[in-house]
Ligand binder design. Sequence first.
Ligand code: F6R
Ligand code: MG
Ligand code: MG
Length: 367
Amino acid sequence: MVEKTTVSIIKADIGSLAGHHIVHEDCLDCASKALEKAKKDEVIIDYRVTHCGDDLELIMGHRKGEDSSEIHELAWNTFKEAADVSKRLKLYAAGQDLLKDTFSGNVKGMGPGVAEIEFEERVSEPLVALLADKTAPGAFNLPLFRIFADPFCTAGLIIDPGMHEGFKFEIMDVRENKVITLTTPKENYDLLALIGTTGRYIIRKIYRAIDNLVAASVSTTRLSLIAGKYVGKDDPVALVRAQHGLPAVGEILEAFSFPHLVTGWMRGSHHGPIMPVGLKDAKCTRFDGPPRMVALGFQVNEASLVGPADLFDDVAFDRARSLANEIADYMRRHGPFEPGRLGMEEVEYTGLQKVIQDLKPKFKLLS
Ligand code: F6R
Ligand code: MG
Ligand code: MG
């Protein structure tokens, strides 16, 4: 039997430099040392430590499968150590996403975000890791629909017979903790009826319809639902396999040439355009944003990670970035008004609800 490979991205905001701007180098070094040791101890086969804005990202290749407590514990302990570095440096919001004191088998529900994918490696295995900051998991709904279900983005849906039967989308209702699976193109309209509500129905996994080959995985944590109050945005990550009967890397990237509006940005409470950037620009500045997306391309080789290629670090995305800046100008001019600010239901800061609650007794009935 072929030994399966698992790629896991586990990420957390464990504190950052200059407000919620960027992960400090010492935290990156600390995490790299922890994962290097785990590689020597043969817990993982390979790893990359990186960041998107203030999120520390652990990308690991291993043989332990999805939801492995050993891998999750490694990530948890690594975040704890990096959070200690943050605390020593008095970085901002040190340990922010580590919501529990002790590890209990799986980091899901404890604060960190997780996207994992277990598969039998094909002859050649291209994989794209998508890392976002200052937004929420529903930010992937639109681009993933375009990548896997829209022939105006992915020519392969028409041209490559391998994709002709479409894809199965597993959607999570994050409010009720339930999942539903819908198949495109047959159930396109049902799918869109759900995933257009990006704060609630979130694409979690995608499989190729013809053979159930797993094609994509998204982190679906919603920190505010876990903690019951605002504890920082659950900046999401995703893994997408590419090529040869799956969308090409270029088709995956094409979906990000449109900087669509996402929820997040300042205080997790605004709509802003998602800006595709190279790692050098993966830092949030203006109004703590605009929200960013990084794409790292790998070739997976016996669970080793060859790469990455910094895919948005390219002039081909200059126009998307420039459009994102224009949209950012336009959205900011709304100030505290919707749809610049999110609707009451989606505003992450409980502070706004409190202000309104305090005003309630002052309202008088119209006579
Ligand atoms: C959004 C984010 C930031 C903070 C903002 C206020 O994900 O992390 O926009 O919400 O900088 O931060 P506090 O409340 O810590 O002052
Ligand atoms: Mg932060
Ligand atoms: Mg963040």
